[in-house]
Design a protein around this ligand. Structure first.
Ligand SMILES: Cc1cc2nc3c(=O)[nH]c(=O)nc-3n(C[C@H](O)[C@H](O)[C@H](O)COP(=O)(O)O)c2cc1C
Length: 348
């Protein structure tokens, strides 16, 4: 058993809340553009993710009521608690977008993206660009908090713009004083992209700045480089964070959340999913996508998910190739049915 098990159990017994929202398991699904849509969020919630997020949504698109943008925000009650993440560079636009989202969609919380490193976004002053201009960060934050009413506002950020401008030690209390209710930290710099390693010691720094704060502090959600359930325990132990957010490790792997929940309860990790489990999950994911996005978009979106689900067993590459290159809905459905029947026969 992990050396930090007593610490972990203490962490679990501590109710994890953001604003007034109670979150049952302190392991959350990260916002991921093009991935964390209705279908994937439902599957992760069903498998034990404590909370899920939309992908980042453009504040400009929201206030223009662009139908594609608004479709990224729509969610079902089964997904709650859910956070909607918005991005933008203009405090006034961010304020209007925040008001629109909380009144029209009523999410459990609103998250501000101060972490996206993609040049197309940062060139316009949005995402991680705010890490270079803390007064802009203040203005955006105050505008969103002011417009969100009773809905808690949180921030997801990177550690700084580059290695010479790490802002973590400065921004924690600054954001909490502006009314932010939790901070998620992915401790890489914007310039780093995904290279190198996430520096978890910066999560610890943020925790000690915020949790010891005299007004009671706000929760810190640690993020970055979680690859297996044991890493979640290690992040709790090494950083003292209140919750852990998981991104890439959940791709093709909604089981990650129930495996982690078992570990957090002090049990051993449940068996890794069998091929039959994977086929069933693909089937379910596919049907949810078709229901939500229609035949053409659902089929196209499912191709990348097949790539993540179908791996790690003999013959996976061949099956994956056939699924990813299938001509359309019917061929994919037939292939999944065929695979399922083959598995059932094998076990009878
Ligand atoms: C494909 C992809 C899309 C992402 N989209 C978003 C996003 O919309 N908003 C956001 O805050 N972070 C986004 N991220 C960053 C993740 O939320 C997370 O911070 C990052 O992947 C590090 O966590 P991980 O090591 O657990 O994957 C994205 C990451 C990936 C891989």
């Amino acid at each position: 058993m992990f050396s930090g098990s007593i610490f972990i159990l203490r962490t679990l017994n501590k109710a994890f809340q953001i604003g007034g929202i109670k979150i049952s398991t302190p392991v959350l699904l990260a916002p991921m553009s093009g991935i964390t849509d209705y279908a994937f969020r439902i599957l992760c919630r069903e498998h034990g993710a404590g909370m899920v997020y939309s992908e980042f949504v453009s504040a400009d698109g929201i206030i223009r009521e662009n139908s594609k943008t608004l479709s990224l925000i729509r969610f079902s009650s089964k997904e709650r608690p859910i956070g909607i993440q918005i991005f933008g560079s203009d405090p006034e636009v961010m304020s209007k977008a925040a008001e629109y989202v909380v009144t029209t969609f009523k999410p459990d919380l609103l998250d501000i993206n101060f972490g996206c490193p993609v040049p197309k976004i940062t060139k316009k002053g949005a995402g991680a660009a705010a890490l270079k201009d803390l007064s802009l960060m203040d203005d955006i934050t105050s505008a969103v908090v002011g417009a969100a009413g009773d809905t808690p506002v949180t921030v997801k950020m990177r550690a700084g713009w580059d290695k010479n401008s790490i802002v973590v030690p400065d921004v924690g209390t600054r954001l909490s004083k502006l009314g932010i209710k939790a901070i998620t930290l992915h401790p890489r710099t914007s310039c780093q992209g995904y290279s190198g390693r996430a520096d978890w010691s910066l999560i610890r720094t943020l925790v000690s700045n915020l949790n010891n704060h005299t007004d009671g502090g706000i929760p810190v959600i640690g993020n970055g480089d979680i690859q297996k359930p044991e890493d979640v325990l290690r992040m709790f132990e090494e950083t003292g964070c209140d919750a852990v957010m998981v991104g890439r490790a959940a791709l093709g792997n909604p089981w990650f959340f129930y495996q982690t929940a078992a570990l957090l309860r002090g049990e051993s990790t449940p068996d890794t999913p069998s091929l039959t489990d994977r086929i069933e999950m693909c089937h379910r994911h596919f049907e949810l996508l078709i229901k939500d996005r229609g035949e053409q978009a659902g089929t196209n979106l499912m191709r990348k998910h097949f790539g993540w689900y179908i791996k790690g067993f003999p013959g996976a590459a061949k099956i994956r190739h056939k699924l990813v290159t299938a001509s359309g809905l019917e061929e994919m459905r037939q292939m999944l049915r065929g695979l399922r029947n083959r598995q059932i026969k094998k076990f009878n």
